[in-house]
Design a protein. Structure first.
Length: 357
């Protein structure tokens, strides 16, 4: 019989190898794997036995499991609540939760509401019933353009390169208006504020383009965490699909977007996979009733060695402090940001290849 007195709750950092392995085995016994992006687990113990856990990855709760003997009690609600409290203490208030469709009803009781369901594999939920509608309402009110051909690009720009500028210029030339979304998560070498400012400066000469923060609904840790694990070449079909369904179902209609542009990807497995998934989830009429979005891949420009220009190559040159090489790969508008960044940062962060979307 469940009672609060029988349980203790604690927050575990996944860098603790022994506890991480204990949780991994517990999840495996409950038919779940452990996602690589989870930073913390909230765990419940009865005496010394692990009886429930919930993972926290930024603003997303996942890998929620309750030992079979405790199911049907209030422990499921309690472990999710404890994880929410921890996430809020971490500074995250807008929360996503990933689960399977058959568990949606249970998590509704925890105050989460379904956003997207992918077949019988996964449902992404949010701790508000109006979050996506509120975001799309703001997009329509402030950024919607009346035009026949409206395009979109989503980019990280870590940092903004001549390749990014070329992609924007070619896309803007192909449509009446272009919306540029900058990935908002702060998990890159350059902060979101720095990347957003670089894109704004680099696109200022284009009269039919506007730059927007990407929000938590476009390539975020909630919608597509694999994007932020590129150094491990982790590809997640479920999250790629969820991210693209959100875009097609909600964001594109809000801005009348009919076309999405992307640079070709010869190197990064995750980005190449995402490009391929775009064609499937945005262009296929049979998958969903929402209007299709045409996907256009634009060949990336190359450097003097005939290699595609990439933000990862720029970061490598910055690490070497080879400013001559940097200048050959970035527009003049980016250089002041890089000079200022170098004066304040030691290049010690992982070399994430987050440049190409």
């Amino acid at each position: 019989m469940y009672s609060d007195q029988a349980l203790t709750f604690e927050t575990v950092d996944t860098r603790h190898v022994t506890l991480r392995e204990e949780i991994r085995l517990f999840l495996a016994g409950n038919g779940l794997g452990m996602d690589e992006d989870i930073e913390q687990f909230v765990v419940a113990r009865c005496k010394r036995d692990l009886v429930a856990c919930a993972g926290i990855a930024g603003n997303t709760l996942k890998c929620v499991a309750v030992e079979s003997g405790w199911r049907g009690t209030a422990l499921g609600l309690k472990i999710v609540h404890e994880a929410e409290v921890q996430a809020i203490q971490n500074g995250e208030h807008q929360l996503f939760l990933l689960t399977t469709p058959e568990r949606v009803k249970a998590f509704r009781g925890c105050g989460f509401y379904p956003l997207v369901t992918l077949d019988n594999r996964a449902t992404l939920m949010e701790n508000t019933p109006v979050g996506i509608e509120h975001y799309c309402r703001k997009l329509r009110a402030h950024h919607r353009v009346q035009a026949d051909h409206v395009g979109a690009i989503v980019m990280n720009a870590n940092p903004f390169t001549s390749g990014h500028r070329y992609l924007i210029e070619q896309a803007a030339h192909s449509c009446d208006w272009l919306h540029i979304f900058v990935v908002e998560e702060d998990l890159s070498a350059f902060s979101f504020q720095e990347r957003f400012a670089m894109v704004q400066a680099g696109a200022r000469h284009i009269p039919n383009a506007s730059v927007h923060p990407g929000s938590r609904y476009i390539i975020s840790r909630g919608t597509f965490p694999g994007y932020f694990l590129k150094e491990k070449q982790i590809v997640n079909d479920v999250f790629a699909a969820i991210d693209l369904i959100l875009f097609r179902r909600y964001i594109a209609p809000a801005l009348n977007i009919t076309q999405r542009f992307v640079g070709t990807e010869p190197f990064c497995k995750v980005t190449a996979h995402y490009n391929h998934a775009m064609h499937n989830w945005l262009e296929d009429e049979a998958i969903m009733a929402d209007a299709i979005i045409n996907v256009t891949e634009i060949a990336r420009i190359t450097d003097e060695n005939n290699l595609p220009i990439s933000a990862s190559a720029v970061r490598a040159a910055l690490k070497r402090k080879d400013m001559d090489a940097v200048k050959r790969m970035v527009p003049a508008t980016t250089l002041p940001f890089l000079t200022r960044w170098l004066s304040h940062h030691a290049f010690t962060q992982p070399d994430y290849d987050l440049a190409n979307v």
